[in-house]
Design a protein around this ligand. Structure first.
Ligand code: DON
Length: 303
């Protein structure tokens, strides 16, 4: 059988030849200028081994992948009562759509669309300053990834704040429906900084180990939360492209507009891929293709 490093390298070479590399996110200059040739993949195994290829130590903006970690923190703090403020249903609308939020009367469809993540951030902010809440999210990531040097790119956070008109609209709608405990300014300020966290592919793969069930049980989050977060990643982690992703790749995963995807094979692997070109849903085009290839070659699927 071909070894994992050899398979990863073959996938990297195949992706290097791809002509359609997708389009970089265009809403902020820091993401618009991304080099579409960049590609990395990293895999953590239960025995502690980690295999990587490509630009696996280059930091990138994790963007919406951060929503997994705020959900984990919020679930740990609030348990089931979290679901009074956020739904658990997939959506056919774009990740930043306000349409569904109106129809659902201020209860976002799920914690991974922007409106849902703004609510989980608002919950994590309760009883803390934005700096303390962000410090808590960073600390969670540092423990999860076994890496001290995880930081926020303040230029990206500032750009998000300037251009995030749809997020401002979502926050105001949430506020109008009584689903924000803080001002739009405070909650969104925290949300924009959380999206601007930078990590490398190797760090991101390590940060998913708790979701793959590696390490001591109930270490970072309860076992019951691990099951729930993975279920939401599978059904909602790629927004209105979640069905297509589940069909092709067959494992729970969460994408971000920076081009990263964190993917979990329960009990078997925590995987991160990074390729900044996106498909029409805002998910990494080659990242998805690489995960499809890897899941096929390794027979890694939850089905
Ligand atoms: O709030 C936003 O729109 C961005 N900071 C994050 C969106 C995102 O990553 C969507 N994922 N593919």
């Amino acid at each position: 059988m071909t070894s994992i490093p050899a398979i990863l390298d073959e996938i990297r070479q195949k992706m290097a030849c791809a002509e359609d590399r997708g389009k970089a996110a265009s809403y902020i200059p820091e993401l618009a200028s991304a080099d579409l040739q960049k590609f990395a993949i990293s895999v953590c195994l239960p025995n502690g081994e980690q295999w990587s290829t490509g630009d696996s130590r280059t930091p990138f903006s994790i963007q919406s992948v951060s929503k997994v970690f705020t959900l984990a923190i919020a679930l740990g703090r609030y348990g089931e009562s979290l679901w009074r403020r956020v739904g658990r249903e997939p959506t056919t609308k774009a990740f930043n759509s306000s349409q569904e939020l109106e129809v659902r009367k201020g209860i976002p469809a799920n914690p991974f669309v922007n409106a849902g993540a703004i609510v989980t951030t608002d919950m994590v902010l309760k009883g803390a300053s934005p700096a303390e809440a962000l410090g808590g999210i960073l600390q969670f990531l540092r423990v999860a990834a076994s890496e001290e040097d995880i930081h926020i790119n303040r230029d990206i956070a500032a750009s998000e704040k300037m251009t995030g008109h749809k997020n401002w609209a979502l926050a105001h709608l949430l506020s109008a429906y009584g689903n924000l405990d803080h001002s739009c300014e405070l909650t969104l300020g925290t949300y924009f900084h959380q999206c601007a966290i930078e990590m490398s592919c190797e760090e991101l793969a390590r940060s998913g180990r708790f979701l793959a069930g590696f390490g001591k049980k109930d270490d970072l989050v309860r076992q019951s939360s691990v099951k729930r977060i993975n279920a939401l990643m599978l059904t909602c982690g790629h927004y209105n492209g979640s069905g297509e992703f589940a069909y092709r790749v067959g494992i729970p995963a969460k994408s971000g507009v920076g081009g990263a995807i964190l993917a979990i094979v329960p009990g078997k692997a925590s995987i991160a891929v990074w390729s900044p070109g996106l498909d029409e849903y805002g998910n990494s085009l080659l990242g998805t293709a690489a995960l499809e290839e890897l899941s096929n070659r390794m027979e890694w699927s939850v089905f």
